[in-house]
Design a protein around this ligand. Sequence first.
Ligand code: FAD
Length: 324
Amino acid sequence: MSKKVLVIGESREGSLRNVTFEAIAAANLVSDGGEVVGVLCGDGDLKGMAQEMVYYGAARVITVSNPELKTYTSDGYAQAVQQVIDDESPEGIIMGHTAIGKDLTPKLASRLESGLISDATEVVVEGGDIVFTRPIYSGKAFEKKKITDGLIFATIRPNNIPSLNRDDSLTGAVSEKEVQISNIRTIIKEVLKKSSDGVDLSEAKVIVAGGRGVKSAEGFEPLEKLAEALGGTVGASRGACDAGYCDYSLQIGQTGKVVTPDLYIACGISGAIQHLAGMSNSKVIVAVNKDPEANIFNVADYGIVGDLFDVIPKLTEEIKQMKV
Ligand code: FAD
């Protein structure tokens, strides 16, 4: 049965995050020929980004511009999105499983007295039912969930559901909605930008991650060169972060970021279960470790037993040669 599905878009510094396009693709599937409606909150002119959502498959987009939405707060965004939901009465709502998605969607679900499927890695239609797959037990198993009744409300993990191809011949209405926002209990005094300005880890296609085996902050340099040669970014284990070799914003794992790049190169990482929880769903895993018994080899598609300070520069040179 065709449905109206809202996609809550997310932007950063004036650009939409890729997961917004992935959410539109998931919403198209869930809508089953119905209508996919984008929602975009912020302050100022949101039309350009709204238009991008149309090019990626939203039938129309509602923008909500308000000075109170300049910076994300749970109170502000929940009120704004709820007023759109009240107007639209959708049968489905999809958003990215990002820091904002993880904060906003449970709040909305509770206001709507709805369930929520969080962190879906796949959406398929099985026998007419929409079935979501999501990891459980820190990614050691997957469960399938289908909603038989009521609102279909889900967040999707970035980098798992392919977006539709951008088509700038697509057309769709972009309308503005005015909302009333009050009682924001969070006061944002200042937004500090991270010093690292590489690709966002959760959306990166290639990650070269370093562990305690990297031995120092300088030890990350060969990894940065390899990441640059591959057009990727650098990540880390908690071991490396705890040792002070890098910033905690790079931490991948159970208490860090969950990533699913096309290629994950683990360098000097033992493969503790808490690290695997954040990267074991990567499409191709390469491990470089001098200990042949290291647990990381149990999840790796390709393993190189050796000293990373020998292996990584050679690999970087080979990749550069391939590009010439
Ligand atoms: P180590 O376990 O010390 O491994 C270093 C590896 O480097 C070894 O395998 C060694 O053989 C190899 N090595 C050394 N020198 C070289 C060399 N020259 N060349 C090649 N290989 C070399 N960890 C996370 O990563 N992310 C999390 O989110 C996380 N959350 C946690 C939450 C909790 C509640 C707890 C208790 C722990 C958590 N941990 C997490 C920590 C986790 O248990 C491990 O301690 C940590 O992942 C180990 O980091 P590591 O693999 O870099 O270091």
